[in-house]
Design a protein. Structure first.
Length: 585
């Protein structure tokens, strides 16, 4: 064999080895990340292309950076990136196995604050740690092992690109900073965990992070009821609930109106799911929001001190947000005070999710043991048409049928999902659940805006006030407690907010009224004492120095002109409602 043939054979062998190794590296990336397909489907279905395109670009850059890291001619550079990227992957996988969720910057900060518990945590999660260690070893070997290209020109180019793996890290970190802690969902763990660690490190170094307090006071009296339920719907706007008898939008709720104590149009804590749920769970007080949301005892701590078993039911787990158990800024520290997590796998269809949530709630209300339940419904989460069966498309045309996302068509789809997952939910609740020893506080995480070309919610700058327009109701089979709620509704109708829910829950648990009001403000049982406004963006003081508030006139008619469509195929004179008329609240 001549010299040229020998070189040709060696080069061919080298490239075959490189291709095999790169295939294994890409397989490693696939196996250590989850949720890509679900996230892609959600963004496409929701028409969120301004989010979808950058997200895909970041994934493309990340895959390219992994190739560059694996092919570095310099062994020192290759080992460096192998250690860094494998450690980032292992940390993300390990946290995911331990918590059931993707890691966020708030989780990183929480873990740092609890670093004194690391020994016990490593012991408790030792099997997850072993899996993470295995991930590190495999990732390191795949990235550092030969062969690498031998062609001089390609070797020089790869050396010049030695910094490439830092690019996705910098981009993800910049997004997290711009989105006040968000934006890292379903990013490649090879770079995500490292980016979050850098952001968290900068915040810890420049901000004083205080520990969360324990509950220091005991209830002064027995709880008002045996069971307390916080039922948080998704994306439901208050003025899309219609109380008029015979209306085609929420007819079952109208027929059962006497079962509800309605506080009318209310204002949410935030205009984004994560922030509103954090306000409701973490003991946030309007008067000192940043400090209280970071340091107050959680609602779980209060419930356990009052003798309740704590249950979290997540109707959005694995479908709408990050696959996993901990959503909406929940950390492992908070989760430690939850006795039971209830989540749902992919064998439950989206239209059936809320009814499965109801089944789980009803089953726990049958017990004689006092229980506190915090339940997140799937509700009217976009894409709206996926939340109800095709046979229930009462209002048409829909987005699913036409592919058109113009506001009037979106509202048809929105009306359909509310009719199914909200109106139908309450019909089944009253038919199946015994509420004689139970109090339910019902609201939504945020509202919806339907202006073409704008976000429906979660706007950080100049949000539409409708993004914070939510319902707020109480339901109970206890006649005395219902009368008390009714007196509170007379005082607070069209002026209530999410910030009144925590003091209401503490009152129901038996905590002293004076202490509760001092710490958290007025409950729903007394006249409210704050302007109607919701927050947007960071509430934790890590990314912004001030909380951003948007005022909302709760007594105004916020309904769009196209907000009252008639059922498809019905003559206009068969429905005794005026198009565009305002529902009675």
């Amino acid at each position: 064999m001549n010299l040229r043939a020998t070189v040709s054979f060696a080069t061919a062998t080298n490239w075959r080895g490189i291709i095999i190794r790169l295939a294994l590296v890409l397989l490693f990336v696939v196996l250590t990340n989850s949720g890509f397909a679900d996230r892609f489907r959600l963004l496409v279905a929701a028409g969120r292309y301004t989010t979808l395109v950058p997200w895909i670009v970041i994934w493309g850059l990340s895959l390219g950076a992994m190739v560059v890291a694996a092919l570095q001619p310099s062994r020192v550079v290759r080992v460096f990136w192998a250690v860094v990227l494998s450690a980032s992957t292992a940390a993300g996988v390990g946290y995911g196995l331990a918590s059931g969720s993707d890691i966020s910057v708030f989780d990183v900060i929480s873990l740092w604050n609890a670093r004194h518990e690391s020994g016990r945590a490593l012991e408790f999660y030792r099997y997850d740690v072993l899996w993470a260690a295995l991930v590190f070893v495999i990732g390191f070997f795949l990235l550092v092992a030969p062969p690498v290209p031998q062609a001089p020109g390609l070797r020089r180019a790869l050396k010049w690109l030695g910094f490439a793996p830092a690019v996705p890290v910098a981009i993800i970190a910049a997004i997290v900073l711009m989105k006040s802690g968000g934006g890292s969902q379903v990013m490649p763990r090879q770079f995500q965990t490292l980016a979050l660690g850098m952001v968290a490190g900068s915040k810890v170094a420049t901000a004083r992070v205080l520990p969360r307090r324990d509950v220091t006071t005991a209830p002064e009296r027995p709880a008002a009821v045996r069971n307390i339920v916080v039922l948080v719907d998704e994306s439901l706007r208050a003025d899309y609930i219609d109380w008029r008898p015979g209306n085609p939008y929420t007819p079952q709720m109208a027929a059962a109106r006497d079962r509800f104590v309605d506080f009318g149009q209310a204002v949410s804590g935030g205009n984004c799911s994560a922030y509103s749920n954090a306000i409701l769970r973490l003991g946030a007080a309007r008067s000192d929001l940043v400090s209280s949301i970071n340091t107050s005892p959680t609602i779980w701590q209060y419930a356990k001190r009052a003798g309740f078993r704590t249950v979290f039911i997540d109707g959005q787990s694995g479908f709408i947000k990050n696959p996993g158990r901990q959503q909406n800024f929940m950390t492992m520290g908070e989760a430690a005070d939850i006795d039971e997590f209830v989540t749902f796998d992919g064998d439950v269809s989206l239209p059936e999710l809320d009814f499965q949530v109801l089944s789980e709630i009803a089953r726990r209300l049958d017990s004689d043991q006092p229980v506190f339940i915090y339940a997140n419904k799937n509700g009217a989460h976009f894409p709206y048409d996926e939340g109800y069966p095709e046979s229930e498309a009462v209002f048409r045309p829909t987005v699913e049928e036409t592919g058109d996302t113009a506001s009037p068509i979106r509202v048809n789809s929105y009306r359909n999902v509310i009719r199914w997952s909200v109106d139908g939910f309450f019909q089944k609740l009253f038919d199946t659940a015994d509420l004689s020893h139970t109090a339910i506080v019902y609201t939504s995480d945020h509202g919806q805006a339907f202006a073409d070309g704008r976000l429906t919610h979660c706007s950080v700058e100049n949000p539409d006030p409708r993004e914070g327009l939510v319902p707020l109701m109480a339901i109970t089979g206890d006649a005395g407690l219902k009368a008390r709620f009714a007196r509170g509704a007379d005082l607070n109708r069209q002026r209530a907010s999410h910030f009144a829910i925590t003091p209401t829950l503490l009152d129901l648990m038996g905590y002293g009224a004076k202490d509760v009001r001092t710490a958290y403000g007025a409950s729903l049982f007394e006249a409210g004492d704050g302007a109607a406004a919701f927050t947007s963006g960071d509430l934790f003081g890590l990314f912004r120095n001030e909380v951003s508030w948007t005022a909302l006139d709760l007594k105004a008619n916020h309904k769009e002109a196209f907000g009252d469509p008639l059922p498809a195929g019905s003559p206009r004179n068969t429905v005794e409602l005026k198009a565009g008329s305002r529902p009675i609240n």
